[in-house]
Write a protein that binds this ligand. Structure first.
Ligand SMILES: *Cc1c(COP(=O)(O)O)cnc(C)c1O
Length: 222
């Protein structure tokens, strides 16, 4: 079941890539929030190498269950509170949800303590919804100027979430915006990833320039 779902998602990623005339690789992050260990292991056995969790406590419990022998890249994709940064830095290879300089400075401080260079993405705010987290795009330049001086963090990409629409096509202008900001930053900074696209909208995100998709229900079901 999970194995087959992954196959279908990978085929759809290929198709979207071809439609957009893209040659680059698209990273697939399996979003494992609320998913049981057994199912996560099944996904890993089916070739998944990247997993995404959105809660520190849940992730901590689950990660203990993974055998040391399998090398899985662990992504934090949910909002991070300052008081949980220490744990996040211990647990995750990549923190995708950095949305303020203040948070980045705290990550840098905690990473320095354990002599780690913490990989991070900037989560940018591309929708007007008040509830959505994210750095306002107008602050991107000043964020990056500060980030380059922090020795224990490394910014390698941007993450964006489109608002939910009945019709996924409606997400396209938001992804276009995110790609525009990504393209601007890439001219000055060595960013590699634009993380956007979920189960309902990943094909559109890929067509608009995403090279990392985060898929939960498409792999594990509702
Ligand atoms: C849950 C979640 C996803 C995956 O959503 P699906 O619709 O289940 O694919 C992706 N990104 C973030 C930030 C999430 O919280």
């Amino acid at each position: 079941m999970i194995c087959n779902n992954i196959k279908i998602i990978l085929e759809r990623i290929e198709k979207a890539k071809n439609k957009a005339g893209l040659k680059k690789d698209i990273e697939l992050v399996a979003v494992t929030k609320t998913v049981s260990i057994d199912k996560i292991k099944e996904a890993i056995d089916s070739g998944i190498k990247d997993i995404g969790e959105n809660r520190i406590q849940e992730a901590e419990k689950k990660f203990k269950e993974f055998p040391e022998t399998v090398k899985i890249k662990k992504h934090l994709i949910g909002h991070l509170q300052t008081n949980k940064v220490k744990k996040a830095v211990e647990l995750f290879d990549l923190i995708q949800s950095v949305d303020s300089v203040y948070l980045l400075e705290e990550i840098n401080r905690q990473a320095e303590k354990i002599k780690k260079i913490q990989e991070c993405f900037i989560e940018i705010k591309i929708s007007e919804e008040e509830t959505k987290y994210g750095l306002p795009p107008a602050e991107l330049e000043s964020f990056m100027e500060k980030a380059v001086n922090l020795k224990n963090v490394k910014i390698t990409g941007i993450m964006a979430l489109a608002p939910y629409f009945e019709n996924p096509e409606a997400t396209r202008p938001y992804f276009k915006q995110a790609y525009k900001y990504f393209s601007l930053l890439v001219t000055h900074y060595p960013l590699l990833y634009l993380s956007m696209g979920m189960t309902d909208d990943f094909e559109i995100a890929i067509e608009e320039g995403s090279n990392m998709v985060r898929i939960g229900t498409g792999i594990f079901g509702e």
